[in-house]
Design a protein around this ligand. Sequence first.
Ligand SMILES: Cc1cc2nc3c(=O)[nH]c(=O)nc-3n(C[C@H](O)[C@H](O)[C@H](O)COP(=O)(O)O)c2cc1C
Length: 181
Amino acid sequence: MQAPARILVVVASATGRTARMARAVAEGAREAAAQVVLRPAEEATNDDLTAADGVILGSGVHMGGIAASMRAFMERAAPLWLEGRLVGKTGAAFVTAGLGGRGGGELALLTLLANLAEHGMILVPMHNRLAGFRDAGCHWGPVAWTNPREGRAGPTPKHLEAAHAHGRYVAECTARWMRGA
Ligand SMILES: Cc1cc2nc3c(=O)[nH]c(=O)nc-3n(C[C@H](O)[C@H](O)[C@H](O)COP(=O)(O)O)c2cc1C
């Protein structure tokens, strides 16, 4: 029997909104029989990365890009790039942003994916048949618009549905890739 896919979810979340998306991503991956480790970016280590078959990065959008704790995590992992230790693992991303299309959500997603691509990982985009795609879908990965200034406590159930569906899909793709299908 094939070993379960090991999925690492790393999340940078200052006020808990992206962390809620991360928990939904993790639940989705577990539903696809993956073993999931969920770590805050401040605590995630290079050993966590090398132990995983697939890595899913999530960040709150800060000043048009990713949060500083996610950037620090990426820079701590630079030695793994030198040794090619993450080549051939799968990678995916999600974000939450306050301001809809104006706020840099897409750029943050692309920054996360660019980092995974730099390590030689197989990127898993979000496709338009996944649940929640119409509300929180972007082909780079799920985006929750949290609108904190309007007093709305996003992510919404639809955002969480998208995160769950994407987590499940990434885990399924990782398992397929592992068995060479
Ligand atoms: C320092 C800081 C900078 C932010 N910059 C942006 C921004 O440029 N664009 C945006 O859409 N939202 C911005 N936000 C709002 C957050 O992205 C949004 O509230 C997000 O859901 C927070 O996620 P978290 O609860 O996981 O930290 C910013 C929030 C903080 C704290």
